[in-house]
Design a binder for this molecule. Sequence first.
Ligand SMILES: Nc1ncnc2c1ncn2[C@@H]1O[C@H](COP(=O)(O)OP(=O)(O)O)[C@@H](O)[C@H]1O
Ligand SMILES: [Mg+2]
Length: 246
Amino acid sequence: MSLQRLSFASTNLDKLLGNGLETQAITEFVGEFGAGKSQICMKLSVNVQLPAKDGGLEGKALFIDTEGTFAAQRVYQMAQAMGLDAEKILDGIIYSRVYNSDHQILTVDHAFKICQEENIKLLVVDSILSHFRGEYIGRESLSERQQRLNSHLHKLLRIAQALNLAVIITNQVQANPQAFFGDPMRPAGGNILAHASTHRVMLKKASQGLRVAKIIDSPYLPESETYFQITTKGVEDAAPKSRRDE
Ligand SMILES: Nc1ncnc2c1ncn2[C@@H]1O[C@H](COP(=O)(O)OP(=O)(O)O)[C@@H](O)[C@H]1O
Ligand SMILES: [Mg+2]
């Protein structure tokens, strides 16, 4: 099965990820609240349904929502702005709201069959850790949490590989007390998450309402960064205005 690529319909983001999001892999979007993680998940759930000539994968999306932030009206808006049949696009997203980590794990355990039967080409978990972080508090429970998380992530990767689909997970940042230099914020979830994600992309809010996406970890993508903005259509290319243009 040859690897396929899902386009953002943004030249910048596609280029950053080496021509779009790849199947048979887990791509992690990390960032603070409001950075645009869920917007990217919703946008790609629309794009995955497009024909290959338009950068899609001609399949459906399975959207596992742990925080209740998926917005059908926002997907509708994006689809309409793109000139698509918005009702049909919404029908192409199988939505699953999960309420705790057991529920999340069970949902992924059952996902293989659904993905196969429904021609799912994008599986989203937005966000991967929120329930795990909320339920396991204190050092004693950390190793149990990491074990369950590890097995959960491996199941996601197995689905991606066996069915040649793309997996997106989102993650929050946490303070890194050891960072004397460089970025004081790092992705939550420690080594387990770092090893499970194929590509990690850090999202940040920037000035002028723009956002920056940066590859922070990947087996072959260079550590580059690019600007984008959140618009009616979803995510689009952007470039900061220099002072001279003002
Ligand atoms: N229709 C829209 N047009 C422009 N920007 C939007 C629209 N909908 C949401 N946004 C922007 O998206 C941001 C939320 O991004 P979101 O993906 O929910 O963040 P995260 O999931 O990283 O916490 C909002 O702060 C808002 O600026
Ligand atoms: Mg979100």
